[in-house]
Design a protein. Sequence first.
Length: 135
Amino acid sequence: YKKTAMTDRRLLNPDTLPASPTPEEFREWAVDVWGLISPDYRIQTNDYTTSHDIAIEYVLAAPTGSMTVYLRDGSLDGKEVYVHRSGAGGVDVETEGAEKIKLGTQLLGCVYIENEDDVIHFKWFQELDHWVMLG
């Protein structure tokens, strides 16, 4: 048995999933094929740009100084990002490009997470062409 090279979409090449996949290989396959929620949490201590193709992403921001989490341009419609500030360092959330973050009636370029252990929820709406801060 020869394992073939990984592709961006395992659905296009089902041979990339071995007969006895590891839990990680199966998780990646299921995310690709079914568009499932990625069960992994991303712990970041430096600036970070969210992924493009994960439906729901949890970012645990744990900087020692300050950091910025960038919401990626052109994300999947309905993509959700949760940013949890953990630690004393400051955390800003900005868009990667020209998009804005809608909070009520305001369109913002940046949101600062003020308190340790605060969690802010963002959702991308393709039709509106901006992120919405849900809380």
